[in-house]
Design a protein around this ligand. Structure first.
Ligand SMILES: [Zn+2]
Length: 242
């Protein structure tokens, strides 16, 4: 049987956690290698969440082949000023993602860095698949979540690793056409322990309920009539900004 190796990016947030469970359910014979990145993010609680999610996924699927690595990009993160997620001088904006102020949550070239490192590891693992959890709602604010970017990057990876990459290699986000609410519904179906995932950009417990990513998450649960089991400081603010 051919090797079935998959590399996936896992932030410890809701989307990438659902993706990990989704991959394990769909590919029971795969060797999955999950990667998290420490880029000095303010919300570094998500890194603790990532390893808890890996353990939960191992227990749920009874797998022993799930490999997990935390990659240290803190020396790069220190050089990235202007993004509220890494620069402590810039406040995390509150409100809806649509707003212009949300540009402060963009980390320059973040997905390029992570996917490029993921591709290196995919070559090393002889993986046929590199996945990440961009979804339809990410496009407007984050240019590096758009299909144009990932299509171009996939071509660059194929050229740059010709003769070394698994011949069946693909890079994809299975959720690229899904809404956040679709991801919540899928996670619920898979039994993802949502209370163990971390989303809030402010990075302090309890989650604020007011930053763009908290608002988006609470809206998504609301949309599918589910209750988010995560504890929030302000669980009703999102209703005032939709
Ligand atoms: Zn928040």
């Amino acid at each position: 049987m051919p090797e079935n190796n998959i590399v996936t990016l896992l932030s410890g947030g809701l989307d990438s956690s659902v993706l990990l469970f989704h991959l394990l359910e769909k590919n029971p014979d795969a060797n999955v290698h999950a990667l998290s990145f420490d880029y000095g993010q303010r919300h570094r609680i998500e890194l603790e969440a990532a390893s808890v999610i890996v353990n939960a996924a191992c227990r749920q699927y009874g797998v022993h082949t799930l490999e997990y690595d935390l990659i240290d990009l803190t020396s790069v993160g220190r050089l990235l000023s202007g993004s509220s997620l890494v620069d402590r001088e810039v406040e995390v904006p509150e409100g809806h993602y649509e707003s212009e102020t949300m540009k402060a949550t963009v980390v320059p070239n973040r997905n390029m860095m992570m996917l490029a490192i993921g591709a290196s590891i995919a070559v090393s693992d002889n993986a046929h698949l590199l996945t990440y959890a961009a979804h339809a709602g990410d496009h407007a604010i984050y240019p590096d979540c758009r299909p144009q970017f990932t299509d171009a990057l996939l071509r660059a990876i194929a050229y740059g690793n010709e003769g070394f990459l698994n011949p069946d290699f693909k890079m994809e986000s299975p959720f690229i056409a899904w809404s956040k609410a679709d991801i919540v519904a899928r996670g619920f179906e898979l039994g993802v322990p949502f209370e163990k995932t971390w989303t809030c950009y402010k990075g302090r417990r309890p989650a604020c309920g007011r930053c763009s990513t908290c608002v988006e998450r609470l809206e998504a649960f609301d949309h599918v009539s589910l209750t988010d089991p995560l504890v929030y400081r302000d669980r009703t603010f999102y209703k005032s900004v939709v």
